[in-house]
Design a protein around this ligand. Structure first.
Ligand SMILES: [Zn+2]
Length: 367
C-alpha cells in the first residue's frame, strides 16, 4: 500500500477535498522496505513483516528468522512476555506471512500448518481471526468451509499437524466459523476461521474475482478490540487487509479500491477505540508497494500499458464530474517507499523517513 494506493482510494471514496480516515492521523512518515536477501533488492511480505516484528532485515520468505535462519524475538511474543494480551486479524490466512511474522518463526513462509501449531503451542495469541482453515485440518477433514468449492476447486484441507482446531479447543480457545458465532463469542481466547484460504478470491477483473468476506475486516477488528481490551495490562493487535496486495498483484483496480475502502473502515474502528482509550497507539502502513501503481488523468493520447497491466478505469472522483485511471507497471512488488500514519501516544516517533525496521524500534520499548 503505497502513496498511490492511498491516493486512488482517497479520490474514489472521499473525493478531491476528502480524506480517508487513515490520512487524518496526525503523525506521518515514510518507510523504505528493502530486504536483506542474496537474490533481491525488492521485499516480499515475509521479509517486510519480519522487519516490523523483529527489527531485523532478512531474506524474502523468512518468517522472523535472521538471514542465517536463526529465530528472532517477535513483537507478538514479546508483548505476551510483558503480560499483555495479543491478537491478529486478517483477510488472508491467519498463518500467512504478515501475521505469522508477529507470532512465529519459520525459515519458509510456506510452512503454514507449523505456523498454526506455533500459535497454539508457543506464542498463544488470545485472538486469531481470519481465513486459512485449510491449514488447521488434515486432508479429508473439510471443516466448516467445504473443500474444492466452486469458486476455487484447488482449496482443501492440507494440514500435516493433526486437527489443530480440536487442539485449540482443548487448550481453551472458543472456535467460531460464522458471523453469528463471532458476534456471540465472549471474552477469552478466540479462534475464528472464516474461509478455506483468503477471505476473497484473488483474480483479474471479471475472471472470478470476489471480495465478499463472510465477516468484514472492520467487524473482526471491533470484536478483537472488545476482547483484548478486557486485559487491564494492555494489548498488542495486528490487523491486515490482505486484499490490497493480492488484487494489486492482479492489477485489478476495482477490487483494490474496494479493499482499500474496507481497510479504511477497519482503521476507523481502531481510531474510534483509541479516541475512547487515550493510552492506545494506532499505526497504519503497508509492507511494500504492489503493482507499480500511478493515478492519472483520463487521456486517450497517453500510453496506457497492455495486457494485465493496462490502465483500469476510468473511476469517478467522488462528488465531482472528474474521473481518473489507475495505471499499473508490474504484477509484482516494487521498491517504492510506503507511507506510515499514526495516532496516539508516541505517534510523532513515526515522522521522518526510516527503514521498515523502525516500526519494531518504536513499538518494542512500549511493550
Ligand atoms: Zn504481494
Amino acid at each position: 500500500m503505497s502513496a498511490a494506493h492511498r491516493e486512488a482510494a482517497r479520490l474514489f471514496h472521499a473525493g478531491l477535498d476528502g480524506q480517508l480516515t487513515m490520512d487524518t492521523l496526525p503523525a506521518s512518515g515514510q518507510l523504505t522496505t528493502s530486504p536483506d536477501d542474496p537474490e533481491s533488492a525488492i521485499t516480499d511480505s515475509a521479509a517486510g513483516a519480519s522487519a516490523w516484528a523483529t527489527g531485523v532485515r532478512t531474506y524474502n520468505g523468512a518468517i522472523s528468522v535472521d538471514p542465517d535462519g536463526n529465530p528472532l524475538p517477535t513483537l507478538g511474543a514479546l508483548a505476551k512476555a510483558a503480560g499483555k494480551s495479543t491478537g491478529l486479524v486478517t483477510t488472508a490466512q491467519v498463518t500467512d506471512a504478515s501475521p505469522a511474522a508477529f507470532f512465529s518463526n519459520a525459515v519458509d513462509r510456506g510452512a503454514q500448518d507449523d505456523i498454526a501449531r506455533q500459535y497454539l503451542s508457543v506464542t498463544r495469541p488470545d485472538v486469531i481471526l481470519g481465513g486459512g482453515e485449510d491449514w488447521w485440518l488434515p486432508a479429508g477433514s473439510p471443516g466448516a468451509y467445504p473443500d474444492q468449492p466452486a469458486e476455487d476447486p484447488e482449496e482443501g484441507s492440507r494440514g500435516t499437524k493433526g486437527d489443530l482446531i480440536a487442539q485449540a479447543r482443548r487448550s481453551g480457545y472458543q472456535y467460531v466459523s460464522t458471523p453469528a458465532q463471532l458476534a456471540a463469542a465472549g471474552n477469552g481466547k478466540l479462534l475464528g476461521l472464516f474461509a478455506n484460504e483468503e477471505m476473497f478470491q484473488q483474480r483479474a477483473e471479471g475472471a472470478g474475482d470476489i471480495y465478499d468476506p463472510v465477516v468484514s475486516l472492520a467487524a473482526m477488528t471491533e470484536k478483537a478490540l472488545t476482547n483484548l481490551s478486557a486485559d487491564r495490562d494492555g494489548f498488542f493487535l495486528l490487523v491486515e487487509e490482505e486484499a490490497v496486495d493480492e488484487f494489486a498483484h492482479r492489477n485489478n483496480g476495482r477490487r483494490t479500491l474496494q479493499a482499500m475502502g474496507e481497510l479504511d473502515r477497519a482503521v476507523a474502528v481502531a481510531v474510534a477505540y483509541a479516541q475512547r482509550h487515550r493510552d492506545t497507539l494506532v499505526v497504519v502502513t503497508g509492507d511494500h508497494e504492489t503493482g507499480g501503481l500511478s493515478v492519472e488523468d483520463v487521456d486517450t493520447g497517453d500510453e496506457s500499458g497492455d495486457g494485465t497491466s493496462a490502465e483500469d478505469g476510468p473511476f469517478a472522483v467522488k462528488g465531482t464530474g472528474f474521473r481518473f485511471v489507475m495505471d499499473w507497471t508490474t504484477t509484482g512488488h516494487t521498491g517504492q517507499d510506503v507511507p506510515v500514519t499514526a495516532y496516539g501516544p508516541f505517534a510523532g516517533r513515526f515522522s521522518g523517513k526510516h527503514p521498515n525496521t523502525h516500526v519494531f524500534k518504536i513499538l518494542e520499548p512500549l511493550l
